[in-house]
Design a protein around this ligand. Structure first.
Ligand code: CMC
Length: 429
């Protein structure tokens, strides 16, 4: 309920607009009745000032650099929790009891294999396909394999779809990778934890024994946790919009994966590492900084800036610590790409342009460095983001479907095209 209102004075009339108060964050002006009452739309390309829904899942304070999942700060979850526990928290709203955790782990674990017929589906792709392209196709195709969890009006089917997606995305991402390098698919190992199983499916081969390094598995798990949700970002809003029409959950998550792929969003981790390699040596950094500042050059420093964080990205702080640990562990701290990254970070943080525009390294700046050190090719960076974010997408989708206020998403526009005109026959033009 709104206890405050704002007044809009327009064309000689006054309109009361309710102000909704959140648990945290700025008040929200409720304009739902505005068009009906005043015959005007609001205009907000890029949704820089628009709340598209209410949500209880994730909170971000961009000025303070805070990120909470269900009220728990990301730093505490990254240090003390595990990705599967975070999945439970995001999906059900509370941290699990030991029995609930065991039950959830068992349910997810039992769904890690994909339908055997799906192997043939993978084989239809070209070997040089980007794993994100394969994932968009294969995850969308899950609705052709799992008919018993596509009815969005059945709460049980929604639950089964959520578990299937969380369980199978690592398998699908690893299969996309194995296919692209011509190695045999590795089946999931249910005796391993979630992150170790993923590493095993990516890096083991039938011909050799492979032991997952527990420290790397922990770092992998933390990467999953840090990417698990991020309120109404572009891909999550895409999932919600697709879901608002009643589309099945697999189709909605495929839409989210497609949106995430873009270099301004999840594709930035790959783009960032490619940029670091292109810079190559520390002495070339000023040239790239100058390009980033040049208005006539579309180049941006990948891994810098964020729509919401204007102080620092709390995920980047944790990721940076993790990067240092992993590089030390693997003894690759003096790798040239890393040297460029460290120097670029230092120079950009001291540069007036970046300070004035509040551009800080974001999560993608450091995640690529860790993933490269672990042995992942750049093309796998965004698929790893996608598999981590799946729980956030599905939690947000479930929240939306369960909301009695849910309506199909249908923005309006400011039409600036031609006025009405009459068709002219081809021969008369
Ligand atoms: N390098 C150079 N200049 C930048 C950068 C950058 N990375 N980011 C923003 N700016 C400038 C931009 O040109 C603009 O300048 P002006 O005010 O003079 O026009 C100003 O800073 C504000 O930027 P914006 O593009 O209006 O901000 P936005 O909120 O629309 O975009 C962003 C946010 C993340 C898309 C953008 O900062 C960007 O493209 N960064 C590089 C890509 C990247 O790292 N993306 C990952 C984001 S975090 C993970 C995720 O969400 O998936």
């Amino acid at each position: 309920m709104a206890d405050k209102t704002a007044k809009l004075h327009l064309n000689g009339q006054d309109y009361d607009l309710p102000l909704l108060s959140p648990t945290k964050g700025p008040d929200v002006l409720d304009i739902r009745k505005l068009y009906g009452q005043a015959d005007v739309f609001t205009y907000d390309p890029g949704f820089t000032s628009t709340a598209s829904c209410d949500s209880t899942i994730t909170f971000i304070d961009g000025d303070k650099g805070e990120l909470w999942y269900r009220g728990y700060p990301i730093e505490q979850l990254a240090a003390k929790s595990s990705y599967l526990e975070v999945c439970y928290l995001l999906l059900y709203g509370e941290l699990p009891s030991p029995t609930q955790m065991e039950d959830f782990r068992a349910r997810v674990t039992r769904h890690t294999m994909v339908h055997e017929q799906m192997h043939n589906f993978f084989r239809g792709f070209r070997r040089d396909a980007h794993p994100m392209a394969t994932m968009v196709g294969v995850v969308g195709a899950m609705s052709a394999f799992y008919h018993d969890s596509t009815d969005v009006n059945d709460e049980w089917q929604r639950e089964v779809a959520a578990i299937r997606l969380i369980a199978k995305l690592p398998t699908i991402a690893a299969m996309a990778y194995k296919y692209s390098i011509g190695q045999p698919f590795v089946y999931p190992s249910n005796d391993l934890d979630y992150a170790s199983n993923f590493l095993n499916m990516c890096f083991s081969v039938p011909a050799e024994k492979y032991e997952v390094n527990p420290a790397l598995a922990r770092a992998m798990d933390r990467i999953f946790t840090l990417h698990a949700d991020h309120e109404q970002n572009a891909s999550t809003s895409t999932v919600r919009l697709a879901g608002s029409s009643g589309a099945n959950p697999f189709a909605c998550i495929a839409a989210g994966i497609a949106c995430l792929w873009g270099p301004a969003h999840g594709g930035a981790n790959q783009a960032c590492l490619e940029m670091l390699r292109e810079i190559g040596t520390v002495d070339r950094i000023p040239e790239f900084i100058a390009r980033a500042k040049d208005k006539s050059d579309p180049f941006k420093l990948m891994g810098f800036g964020h729509r919401v964080y204007k102080n620092f990205d709390p995920r980047a702080t944790v990721m940076k610590e993790s990067a240092d640990e992993v590089l030390d562990l693997l003894g690759v701290g003096d790798n040239p790409t890393l040297q460029v990254a460290k120097e670029l970070e230092k120079i950009a943080l001291e540069d007036e342009y970046f300070i004035e525009k509040k551009l800080y390294p974001n999560v993608d700046f450091y995640s690529g460095i860790i993933l490269e050190a672990m042995g992942f090719p750049t093309a796998m960076f965004t698929p790893i983001f996608a598999l981590s974010r799946t729980v956030g997408w599905i939690a947000q989708w479930k929240e939306m479907i369960g909301d009695p206020q849910n309506k199909i998403g249908r923005p309006r526009q400011l039409y600036i095209g031609s006025d009405r005109r009459d068709y002219v026959d081809l021969k008369s033009r």
